[in-house]
Design a protein around this ligand. Sequence first.
Ligand code: DOR
Ligand code: ZN
Length: 336
Amino acid sequence: MHIELDSPLDMHLHLRDGEMLATVAPLTSHSFSGAIIMPNLVPPVTTREEVLAYKERIRTAIGEDRFEPYMTLFFKPTYTREFLESVADEITAIKLYPAGITTNSEGGVSGFDIEELRETLGAMSDLGIPLCIHGETGGFVMDREAQFVPIYEKLATAFPDLKIIMEHITTKESVDALGRFENLYATITLHHLIITLDDVAGGMLRPHLFCKPIAKRPEDREALLRVALKAHPKVMFGSDSAPHPKESKECPGCAAGVFTAPIALQVLAELFEKHGAPVENLQKFVSGNAVNIYSVTPPAKKVVLVKKECTVPERYGSVVPMYAGEKIAYSIDKVE
Ligand code: DOR
Ligand code: ZN
């Protein structure tokens, strides 16, 4: 039993910088053709020079792999049309974080006043730059994403030609919103297709499954699975693989993020098989839909997965992956 995937894409990825970048970048560039690179470095990526320099550091980290880093800027409501015109060719999207909502998002947006955002979002819309959003309010943790849906709707209505990507959706409310607005799209992670809050905190606390947005209820996971397994044309795979050193996860004040990059395709293959979804749908979920939504042309790469059990390493450098030390059903056989 083997599965061939053409040019897999990860449309939401954290690569960090420095030593961490050197550890994690090759784990994605080996098996993926490209990825949308998150800009929440310290300090965040906010200038053309920073985009170009970060892209260069990523290229150095991945070596010879055929892999396209699709770069993003960290959204600022102060970006002018002139600035966006000067940077448009170097970026694939702009990522908006509500201020303080997650890791390194302190410089994000407070309040969603349309008039305050009009110049920047209007220019993005005219220039065809998609807006990726971490959609959570400051409310009760289980309700944050659902409470953000009216903000998505307000933005989607005010800027009907702006492509808005609801990042790492975790709720049925977000799935429902996809159908109501032509210009709303979504990424879905691997872990949110598999776990619920029970896996994180229902028994002994599992820090390596703690992330933002937090995993929700079984019915939310079902809603995500429904659209992912049928490869709904408005959803695409975005791992949100977010590495943190082991000591930042296994401590009081555990950092948010699940590290899935090295096992993502193998576990997706297992998941689609388990649910009886055809390989064509997996191909669309991990590549075709993103190609259509983002109008990108990823480098050619064929990844061959085989049904052969393997044990996930305990660590990659300082980072503990999802399923560390456990067996998964598929392995990567070759990459061409
Ligand atoms: O769990 C998360 N980790 N969610 C995010 O939104 C950010 C990410 C990170 O950068 O660690
Ligand atoms: Zn993220």
